[in-house]
Design a protein around this ligand. Structure first.
Ligand code: 5GP
Ligand code: ZN
Length: 115
């Protein structure tokens, strides 16, 4: 399925739910997380509805590569200059809440973070 009408991130891609967009091209959408865990917290998602990393196929390799290359570039543009954390939660034990594959990218000073 390339689009799931019940998926909240597919609705953001379709413009049915607003989001603070950072970047968009034909393959990828990037927007600010609604509940940031860090001063800068963006989500990078494929426009294709892929539920989680478990569903990834070899033909998705370039897409994931593109997301990985975009994260440092966009964080830099957002003023992140001292490192960042990327996270992909997968499945119930991985703490995944939205079943549309997404990469969290978080940066900015976090004096409360333990490491
Ligand atoms: P997960 O736990 O699935 O890895 O993370 C889902 C993330 O999506 C959470 O950090 C949550 O704050 C974010 N999120 C959920 N719904 C929305 C939404 O409607 N808009 C935005 N911008 N972020 C959302
Ligand atoms: Zn989706």
């Amino acid at each position: 399925m390339s689009h799931d009408p019940n998926c909240i991130f597919c609705k953001i891609i379709a413009g049915q739910i607003p989001a603070k967009k950072v970047f968009e091209d034909e393959d990828v959408l990037v927007f600010h997380d609604i509940h940031p865990w860090a001063p800068v917290h963006i989500l990078l998602i494929p426009k294709l509805h892929i539920a989680s990393m478990v569903e990834l196929q070899p033909e998705h390799a370039a897409l994931l590569g593109k997301m990985s290359l975009l994260a440092p570039r966009l964080l830099k543009e957002l003023g992140v200059s001292n490192g960042f954390r990327t996270v992909i939660n997968t499945g119930p034990d991985g703490g995944q809440e939205v079943y549309h594959l997404h990469m969290h990218a978080m940066g900015g000073p976090r004096p409360w973070a333990k490491g």
